[in-house]
Design a protein around this ligand. Sequence first.
Ligand SMILES: Cc1cc2nc3c(=O)[nH]c(=O)nc-3n(C[C@H](O)[C@H](O)[C@H](O)COP(=O)(O)OP(=O)(O)OC[C@H]3O[C@@H](n4cnc5c(N)ncnc54)[C@H](O)[C@@H]3O)c2cc1C
Length: 361
Amino acid sequence: MLGIILKKHNIPCVVFEKYNTVSEYGAGISISPNGLKILEELNLLNKLKMVSANPFKTNFYSNSSMITSIPVDVVTTSRQSLYKVLLDEYLSLQGDILFDHELIDINLSKKTLSFLNNINITVAHIAACDGIKSLCRDKSFINNQSPIYSGYSVWRSIINTNQKDINFYLGSHYHAVTYPINDSQLSFVAALKNNKNNSESWKEKGNFDDIKSELPSFLLDKYLISEHKNHLYKWGVYTRPKINDLFKENITFLGDAAHPIVPFIGQGGCLALEDAYIFGNLIKEFKYDFLKIQNLYKSLRLKRIRKIQKASMNQARLNHTNNNTLITIRNMMMRYTNIISYRTKNIWQYDAVKIINKIIS
Ligand SMILES: Cc1cc2nc3c(=O)[nH]c(=O)nc-3n(C[C@H](O)[C@H](O)[C@H](O)COP(=O)(O)OP(=O)(O)OC[C@H]3O[C@@H](n4cnc5c(N)ncnc54)[C@H](O)[C@@H]3O)c2cc1C
């Protein structure tokens, strides 16, 4: 996304990617209105919709009993489809991307990047978008602390079946979300509270016997998990210390590299789109005055990021409570008040396009 914005404004840039291709590893992603506004502004929303799903409502269940149903306006898709729409656009703007370039070191004062393939490149500025296990963050902040297991693990798979809505299941030790990613497949994600230290790996396969012992059978049967047992993945959710800075010297952090987030309100990817839109447009507006750009970027983003990080952790606690009184109150509030719409609206109404328009007008 940052590459697209920079290329649109004729600002030279290169994307370095450690893998040699874009892979899927059984994952979906839901883009809420705050992310959709940016895609629309860049004329990418229709392209994404053509290869995605556009569910109109979310059904909430307490185990298998329906609590309530609310209208939504999100696009649910596979990561591969989202990456492909962005990559195609970037390439159509003659954007440079160098695959097979794994960053292994940075010299911040010399602005030099060193890659595993023995290539060293000196640049004007580094935008660190290297995800949750950011090497850039490790190299920039000396006291960067190790991640801590959050007590939650997440099962995920892509299931070959057709579903129109988003379904959200709340149990005492788990919650699960399923949504269509296109006409014939859905994303299955189930988070569990447990003490098993699962590894934080996108590629770690899960075992069918484990999922059988961890999730209720109605859910496994409904989503044909036994038929997809070779396509189950398990991810340990880790927390990282609060980030106070979004930049240091000649490097600016975006997305998970800037603000690792637990995945319980589906906002990490949307925040990354917001970061890219705002940072890219600030570069356009203030040319190469990076100190000004970095300070403005921080002042525009930090409050928003903190709010989402907190909301995401609180959501996990609310979803996984096993106190019966609290469960009854939570379910009653979901059924009889508009608390869900209020909470989501609060997060989804953020408008990065409007914020930038205000700055440049
Ligand atoms: C189970 C789960 C469900 C989620 N669901 C949602 C959702 O529904 N909606 C949502 O908005 N968010 C969701 N998220 C969060 C979202 O996936 C992330 O926040 C988002 O992918 C962050 O984007 P990013 O570009 O910062 O990092 P990434 O997507 O991780 O991209 C980082 C890129 O950098 C590359 N890279 C890493 N290290 C190096 C290196 N040393 N050298 C070169 N390249 C490197 C990687 O290969 C990768 O291509 C979910 C996360 C999880 C775990």
